[in-house]
Ligand binder design. Structure first.
Ligand code: G6P
Ligand code: MG
Length: 221
């Protein structure tokens, strides 16, 4: 297939939470319950700082507002409790929770033979993809189970590129988290800021949601 003017070969890496599916409220609910049980202040502003950040690092951010100090064992138990509650809430998840423009973009990219991957910090990635019916839609998956360093470290996106068999500079990342935009840039990739990250100064472009993305224009640049 001749794709005049397009990047030589391109691939798109999607973050999961907040880009493919709206799990944000469930994360918020589960962390709020844990914070209340532990009597730690927690609100939407603190929650925003947890976007794209791993479970244990999210917990550290929450505990930084506590007067008590927690041992490593206590922290692991808290993170486990949060995840149990989060997984309970995820049971409500279905294809209805796929965010606007996602299906259309996936079909569009597949039609152009552009490879697609998931690059997510979440260890629940396989469970979530299964719940929303997209488990076999991606050519590669790099998630929280396969990495040591979470975003803003580029590891997850570099792994996704490796698993797709493409060079980092051929990849375009879709992200809703500032930490994810930083990770994409550090990986040498193009970054599209979506929703919460649409005004991120380091993103190549920003859009409110994927229905607003002009993919042709992006691929030609
Ligand atoms: C995503 C979310 C974060 C979450 C992280 C780990 O990046 O945006 O809010 O903390 O995944 O999720 P997990 O499902 O492994 O607890
Ligand atoms: Mg996200």
């Amino acid at each position: 297939m001749i794709r005049m003017g397009y990047m030589e070969k391109s691939a798109v890496i999607f973050d999961l939470d907040g880009v493919i599916v709206s799990t944000d409220e469930y994360h918020y609910e589960a962390w709020k319950e844990i914070s209340e049980q532990e009597d730690i202040p927690f609100n939407r502003e603190i929650n925003e700082k947890l976007r794209g950040v791993s479970r244990m690092e999210s917990l550290d951010i929450i505990l930084s507002n506590s007067t008590k100090s927690y041992s490593e064992t206590e922290k692991l138990l808290l993170a486990e409790r949060k995840n149990e509650r989060y997984r309970e809430l995820l049971n409500h998840l279905s294809a209805k929770d796929i965010l606007p423009g996602v299906r259309e973009l996936i079909l569009n990219l597949k039609g152009r033979e552009i490879k697609i991957a998931i690059g997510s910090s979440s260890k629940n990635t396989p469970f979530i993809l299964e719940k929303i019916g997209l488990a076999s839609s991606f050519d590669a998956i790099a998630d929280g189970n396969a990495i040591k360093n979470s975003k803003p470290d580029p590891e997850v996106f570099l792994l996704a590129a490796e698993r797709l068999g493409v060079r980092p500079e051929e990849c375009i990342v879709m992200e809703d988290a500032e930490a994810g935009i930083e990770a994409a840039i550090a990986a040498g990739m193009k970054a599209v800021g979506i929703g919460a990250a649409s005004n991120c100064p380091n993103a190549h472009i920003g859009v409110e949601d994927l229905t607003k993305l002009n993919i042709e224009q992006l691929l030609e640049r």
